[in-house]
Ligand binder design. Structure first.
Ligand code: MG
Length: 239
């Protein structure tokens, strides 16, 4: 278990200059704002970061918009994608004044769910393991206008590109539903999936496996080890 003090000490040792403060909105999007390292004191872990919740979809009205983001020291990591060394902290949302958990914060709902399970006596703990699949496309376009609408995705692996002039096209395209899971050169995304696994592992996610998935056009899967609801949800956001 980390504490505010241990997180600050470790971040300073790693040269962090900024802190990225993250939370999840009701629709599941990770939201963030950043503060200089000097703003992160031990008190902040008790008192929270104040922010205006009126522009977060479905949260607060403008005349009562103040909210608190309470950083969880156990979620700390140095963000591998920031140009300047940046400590990332995931937060639970609280009301200002009372510090009561905010009812529409999904992370808070997950924490209350875990407590409720314990209170029922049905179980001490429940674990969750997602099978998360995704596509790596080369191009994505869509539009919806008053005079027309369309979507279009593309991938060098796609079945519909057998006849495309690729100077040269070597013909290794994945037929529909045949992506599970021939080796290279049919699978063109081995290296990027591995790179993703190693970044996740460096951030503390216990990766179990990666592979191409069934569909043509770059469908992928990376599996990570089950954990409690909140921990798995935090991992899923990081994923
Ligand atoms: Mg699958």
């Amino acid at each position: 278990m980390s504490t505010g003090k241990s997180v600050i000490d470790s971040a300073k040792k790693q040269g962090a200059k900024m802190v990225d403060v993250k939370f999840v909105d009701t629709f599941g999007t990770w939201q963030h704002f950043s503060v200089p390292m000097g703003e992160l004191t031990e008190e902040v872990f008790e008192e929270g970061f104040g922010f205006d919740g009126s522009s977060i979809r479905g949260w607060k009205s403008i005349e009562a918009s103040d909210m608190l983001a309470m950083p969880d020291p156990n979620t700390a990591f140095i963000d591998p994608f920031c140009a300047v060394p940046t400590l990332s902290l995931t937060c639970t949302i609280a009301e200002t004044g009372t510090k009561e958990a905010y009812s529409r914060d999904p992370r808070g709902i997950a924490q209350r769910g875990e407590k409720y399970l314990k209170s029922t006596g049905l179980a001490d703990t429940a674990v969750f393991g997602p099978e998360a699949e995704f596509f790596i496309f080369d191009n994505v376009q869509y539009d919806s206008k008053s005079n027309g609408t369309f979507y279009s995705v593309d991938s060098e692996e796609a079945a519909w590109n057998t006849g495309r002039d690729e100077m040269p096209n070597l013909g290794y395209k994945i037929r529909h539903k045949e992506g599970y899971f021939p080796v290279a050169p049919t699978d063109t995304q081995q290296d990027i999936r591995t790179e993703m696994c190693l970044v996740m592992e460096s951030l503390g996610i216990k990766v179990e496996r990666q592979h191409h998935e069934v569909a043509t056009a770059g469908q992928a899967e990376i599996d990570f080890r089950f954990d409690t609801l909140v921990k798995t949800a935090d991992n899923m956001m990081l994923y």
